[in-house]
Ligand binder design. Structure first.
Ligand code: GLU
Length: 473
């Protein structure tokens, strides 16, 4: 008997949605409206590469217009397809709702492998893609706001901003047309590390959850816990770095495009990055052994497995080999619906993508707010706070008779900079959302997994927006 093919990424998202929907009282028609993608824009445009013209395929999908603007990254990958972009756009809606970022979900994809192009050629493609979006009114600070995703970064966002500005320079809020920009070009401090930092906060909350740790039969806390990471891109790198530096994690295995490495003693992520820059590969890193195949990282015995690359990485064929207590979905959709069900039954805790990697869009929201306010966070209050705290410290010093040295004073009386406020806002967002998910599970005891609870929380918020509009009374 032939096996049923595994559901696609989009089908997996739909299945997870349907499962969660059974835990809600949202009417069927409204559920259907929330589920579908509102606008799908498929484009093909020519770009001159060397002496020849190439036709590039690209997409922008706006999943939900229940809030404006819509928001979501742009991915450059050879694997981009309409279904993939639809799945990613859908996840953006639920992600934004879950962490109270007031946007609808969207996503873009350009079907190219960035490795095949020079920086100049990538710039041409990015600018042409942006032009297509402008022409169809698919971009703008109040319409749809792209950001980085797999295969793109602040460089591409700067090109998008500049192209948009060429057409719409007179718009006072033009800088809010895209987020994830370089700090020098209307970006915000802390956006680069935001997704990874958010992933760390989410893992930390889970490991401080006594009930979850009891279920997993592990001691609560992060110190000394082992972690394996698939993907050393922006998200994987910052997740590993922050988990190591602020959480005391031991990173025992890392997989990248060129292979995978393992070390019982732990891998220093910052040193590994330097090694990769020097040699072009993570392999042969001193103190670590090369693994035979890169997929072995997913099969390592560890406390937390962090898939931080692409979707569908843990599936029917390899799910039985996973030995982690916790799977932390830093990437979007790394576990298929089939693998999700199997691992759930086995007792593995999966921290779902729509929650765990929401740090990126959260700080994008802060960047967008900064662009609309035309002012850096902290500019107004930093000095005022600093002076107030200094007076307080001086008073305590006088009253207590204990002298406080200048170094201590500087630490206590410091006013917040933009990066402090961004990190604080991000931490608050991730901690609050975690507890919302857990409260949902307490309110609805039939829900057994964090993903369904996250979905239920998000669906409730989107549904209530629709109801408040009077569309679905
Ligand atoms: N691409 C990121 C995500 O999947 C960030 C989106 C954004 O900042 O708008 O969440």
């Amino acid at each position: 008997m032939s096996k049923k093919p595994e559901p696609s990424f989009y089908e997996s998202v739909q299945q997870n949605f349907d499962r969660a929907a059974t835990f809600t009282n949202i009417p069927a028609g409204l559920l259907q409206q929330i589920k579908v993608c509102n606008s799908v824009y498929y484009m093909q445009f020519p770009v001159k590469i060397g002496k020849e013209y190439r036709v590039i395929e690209a997409y922008r999908v706006q999943h939900s217009h229940h809030r404006s603007p819509t928001k979501g990254g742009i991915r450059f990958s050879q694997k981009v397809s309409q279904e993939e972009v639809m799945a990613l756009a859908s996840l953006m809606t639920y992600k934004c709702a879950l962490v109270d970022v007031p946007f609808g979900g969207a996503k873009g994809g350009v079907k190219i492998s960035p490795r095949d192009y020079t920086s100049d050629q990538l710039q041409k493609i990015t600018r042409r893609y942006t032009t297509e979006l402008v022409r169809k009114n698919f971009i703008g600070p109040g319409i749809d706001v792209p950001a980085p995703d797999y295969g793109t970064g602040s460089r591409e966002m700067a090109w998008i901003l500049d192209t948009y500005q060429t057409f719409k320079g007179g718009e006072i809020d033009y800088a809010g047309c895209v987020t994830g920009k370089p700090v020098s070009q209307n970006g915000i401090r802390g956006r680069d590390e935001a997704t990874g930092r958010g992933v760390f906060y989410g893992i930390r909350e889970t490991l401080h959850d006594k009930q979850i740790c009891k279920h997993l039969n592990i001691t609560p806390g992060t110190e000394g816990k082992t972690m394996a990471i698939q993907g050393l891109g922006n998200v994987g790198y910052h997740t590993g770095r922050i988990s190591q530096q602020e959480g005391g994690f031991k990173i025992i295995s890392i997989a990248e495009y060129e292979g995978a490495i393992y070390s019982d003693a732990g891998i220093d992520i910052e040193k590994l990055l330097i090694h990769r820059k020097k040699t072009g590969s993570i392999l042969d890193f001193p103190g670590a052994e090369n693994m035979d195949q890169r997929k072995q990282t997913l099969e390592v015995k560890c406390d937390v497995l962090v898939p931080a690359a692409l979707e569908n990485q843990i599936h029917r064929e390899n799910m039985k080999k996973v030995k982690a207590h916790i799977i932390a979905e830093a990437a979007n959709g790394p576990v298929t619906a089939v693998a999700n069900d199997y691992l759930m039954k086995k007792g593995v805790v999966i921290i779902p993508d729509m929650y765990l990697n929401a740090g990126g869009v959260t700080v994008s929201y802060f960047e967008w707010l900064k662009n609309l306010s035309h002012m850096r966070f902290g500019r107004m209050e930093k000095r005022f706070d600093q002076n107030t705290y200094t007076r307080l410290v001086d008073l305590i010093e006088k009253q207590s008779g204990r002298s406080i040295n200048q170094k201590e004073k500087d630490v206590i009386a410091r006013g917040a900079d933009e990066i402090d406020l961004v990190r604080s806002g991000l931490e608050e967002t991730m901690v609050t959302a975690y507890h919302q998910i857990r409260e949902t599970m307490l309110r609805k005891p039939k829900i057994e997994d964090l993903r369904s609870a996250a979905f239920v929380s998000a669906l409730g918020k989107v549904a209530s927006d629709y109801m408040n509009m009077g569309i679905f009374p």
